[in-house]
Design a protein around this ligand. Structure first.
Ligand SMILES: [Zn+2]
Length: 255
């Protein structure tokens, strides 16, 4: 494969991602929770840093940006609509904008809900998407600034990507997410298997990110508000999908 993706654990439970194109020797970072662990990975591979893509304004996704700019002088991409809360952008992106980084074409998808102005970065040729704190392994981000409706809409946009798309999200929350999902969808055999695999990965210290969209569609309760088994557990057989999603998100907040 001409590209390599490096998953970098940062801070307590954050992930940054490096996307390196071997042909052009160009390197792109998605989110910068911290400077040192990212620099270490770049140095070990003797890579520079050409681009930084920022998913949203929270400190645990941007704290390393200023030091990285000083050291590597990359081009910084982020949501134009949130530019006042982000580090200084070289390229402000609108929903659906396409741009080139690491010799790849990415599409910016607005996925507000966790924050307003949150974006995901989708690369169709590699079938990968970087979702930050929107869609996560077996979960989704907490709704801090948007409405449940916005988050629901954002997740549906991601749900419409091809099934094989690999989801890279901003945190290692899979253990808690699996515990919650198991209370909502206890008889789902795919979820039972996935929860087991997550526990194994945690034991082996393997990140639980890089799931496929089809896996999420089969097991992530936040993408399954249309499923009658989940509706039955919640006693919401006749509610809309948005109502079911809203209840699920509230339950998870208090889980
Ligand atoms: Zn966040």
């Amino acid at each position: 494969m001409p590209i390599e993706i490096v998953t970098i654990p940062c801070l307590t439970d954050n992930y940054a991602y490096i996307i390196h194109d071997k042909l052009s020797n160009k390197t792109t970072l998605v989110d910068a929770p911290d400077f040192d662990p990212i620099k270490k990975q770049l140095d070990e591979r003797k890579w520079g840093l050409d681009n930084i893509l920022i998913t949203h304004h929270h400190d645990d996704h941007i704290a390393g940006v200023s030091n990285l700019i000083e050291q590597y002088n990359p081009i910084v991409f982020g949501a134009e609509s949130d530019k006042n809360r982000l580090p200084k952008l070289d390229v402000g992106l609108l929903d659906r904008d396409k741009f080139s980084a690491s010799n790849l074409i990415f599409k910016c998808i607005e996925v507000s809900g966790h924050t307003i102005g949150h974006v995901a970065f989708y690369c169709p040729s590699e079938e990968i998407v970087f979702t930050g704190d929107s869609l996560m392994s077996l979960g989704c981000g907490r709704i801090f600034e948007g409405t449940p409706e916005q988050m629901f809409r954002s997740l549906n946009q991601l749900k419409n990507l091809p099934d094989e798309t690999i989801i890279y999200s901003g945190h290692e929350y899979a253990t808690q997410n699996a515990k919650f999902a198991s209370t909502i969808d206890p008889y789902n055999p795919d979820l039972v298997n996935r929860a087991k695999k997550i526990m194994e990965n945690v034991y082996l210290q393997i990140p639980n990110v890089g799931s496929t969209l089809i896996e999420e569609k089969k097991t992530n309760p936040f993408l399954r508000a249309d499923q009658k088994e989940i509706r039955a557990v919640l006693g919401l057989e006749n509610s809309s999908e948005l109502e079911v999603f809203t209840v699920l998100r509230k339950m998870k907040d208090n889980f």
